[in-house]
Design a protein. Structure first.
Length: 192
């Protein structure tokens, strides 16, 4: 199936998940993540804030954990005119405001250099068994990731088991390094 059809299918599938189930599966994803010990010894983490109406993984569970273990957390601040993302600091007292499409962003933007990011949690609808992802189709992260260091660990979080193969992959499409579902961890890159 091509990306457009898959995007529609997975949006529909996520729509049918109850908010209680979202919380339950978000915790299950977090428990899978905690098993990957080497990702927690970094300093700078970039993570998307969940869009409730799109029933995204509740990343506040991960954010709270990162803040508790005294890590530097950054979140995306989206520029829809430039189709770009700024990397903005997030802490426990950050005031969030709702922007276009229900996207939460810090009211006061304290930008942090993208070059500092060591681990990035990437929003997606689904991923395949090679590590390609289905995003929302705007390409924000496809433009953002190349600005990060080459060894930045890219993690995708999904409620669904991976698709066998996404058709019509483009050479600029983003590959994730690790995919997490409520019941599985998928490594698409070897880590030493």
């Amino acid at each position: 199936m091509n990306k457009k059809k898959l995007r529609k299918k997975y949006f529909s599938m996520r729509k049918s998940i109850s908010q209680n189930e979202i919380i339950k599966m978000s915790y299950e994803i977090f428990f899978q993540l905690k098993k990957i010990l080497f990702i927690w010894n970094k300093t700078y983490y970039h993570i998307f804030l969940p869009i409730r109406k799109y029933k995204e993984v509740n990343t506040f569970i991960i954010i709270n954990f990162l803040l508790k273990i005294e890590k530097c957390v950054t979140v995306p601040c989206t520029n829809f005119y430039k189709l770009s993302i700024d990397n903005c600091l997030f802490h426990e007292n950050t005031i969030l405001i709702k922007k276009k499409y229900g996207i939460l962003e810090p009211m006061h933007k304290h930008r942090i250099s993208i070059s500092l990011i060591e681990v990035i949690f990437i929003p997606l609808l689904a991923f395949d068994l090679k590590g390609y992802r289905i995003g929302y189709g705007k390409g924000f992260y496809d433009r953002f990731i190349p600005l990060c260091k080459e060894n930045t660990i890219k993690i995708g979080l999904s409620f669904f088991y991976p698709i066998k193969r996404i058709e019509n992959i483009h050479k600029k499409d983003l590959l994730i390094d690790i995919g997490i579902t409520p019941n599985h961890i998928f490594f698409f890159k070897k880590f030493s």
